[in-house]
Design a protein around this ligand. Structure first.
Ligand SMILES: [Zn+2]
Length: 285
């Protein structure tokens, strides 16, 4: 088993065991596990839709055109109740990451950075000097609210307090809240470290300009909503799907298709243009 899968499963099993161990007597271990699972799945699902499907492919790359109310709602909901990720600074860093992948100017990681350095950079990325996040939507009240530093602090306190209120036990709430955020950090490491080191994953395209790799196993693809297919994505960043073959497991694209049938998203011209030289003959969207 690859090290990234081992660590991912270890966090999940550790989380499950901690939920059972720290569940208050009034709930008991199995109810504790059920509540923990519900919290885990809700945070993962909303966070994945928010970051991978909406902010990444919808805003940062403009491959998908979401209804504005939907973008604002999921942004406020995720950042109030789930794992806080500032959408404005994230989009700026992500655009710089594509412009300078693995080279000076990439806020996420330089080619020479090891796992510990990259872990540190997940929390405190390299400083950016340019602002590429000047889209109109960032001037809306919803985005100005969530990108405010006071909101960033208050939402952390609020989401923990709310969980405490719901489960009636601070220690149990704090364990779920904290260990899920460790899982979110592992997701961040899949993106910033394991899919940007040529020792891991595979390369469909041998693009010399970056070290982007495809990691295609079930757990990382599910956890990241397919964002770990980095080699495909860096080869054609404007394409609205990250899988380049129908046989490639792509949860993120499946989620986008469901959202399309619900009427909240459509493809942009940029997102639906099939690049030359990729294995897909149709977008299937
Ligand atoms: Zn991207």
């Amino acid at each position: 088993m690859r090290i990234y899968n081992f660590i991912g499963y270890a966090i999940i099993f550790g989380y499950a065991a901690a939920c059972m161990y720290f569940a208050p007597p009034a709930l008991g271990p199995w109810m504790g596990l059920s509540i923990g699972a519900a919290y885990f799945i809700a945070c993962w699902f909303v966070g994945g839709l928010y970051l991978s499907c909406v902010i990444h492919m919808g805003i940062a790359h403009r491959a998908l055109d979401y209804k504005e109310w939907f973008v604002k709602t999921i942004t406020v909901v995720n950042n109030t109740f789930g794992v806080y990720i500032n959408p404005v600074t994230w989009v700026n860093r992500h655009r710089l990451h594509h412009a300078f992948s693995d080279h000076p100017g990439d806020p996420n990681k330089l080619a020479s950075d090891g796992w510990l350095r990259t872990l540190y950079l997940c929390l405190l990325p390299y400083q950016t000097k340019t602002n590429l996040a000047t889209d109109d939507i960032f001037k809306s009240w919803a985005f100005r609210l969530v990108s405010n530093p006071a909101f960033a602090v208050a939402s952390q306190v609020f989401s923990l307090w709310l969980l405490w209120l719901l489960v009636g036990d601070l220690r149990f709430a704090a364990v779920m809240w904290l260990v899920f955020r460790i899982f979110a950090l592992w997701i961040n490491m899949i993106q910033n470290y394991w899919t940007h080191d040529r020792r891991f994953g595979s390369r469909r395209y041998d693009d010399e300009r970056d070290n982007a790799m495809n990691i295609g196993e079930w757990l990382p693809v599910t956890a990241t909503f397919s964002a770990c297919l980095q080699n495909n994505h860096h080869h054609s960043p404007g394409l609205l799907r990250l899988s380049h073959e129908e046989s490639e497991y792509d949860l993120g694209f499946a989620a986008v298709k469901v959202m399309r049938t619900l009427g909240v998203v459509r493809a942009t011209d940029r997102g639906s243009e099939l690049p030359q030289g990729i294995a897909l003959t149709t977008l299937n969207f």
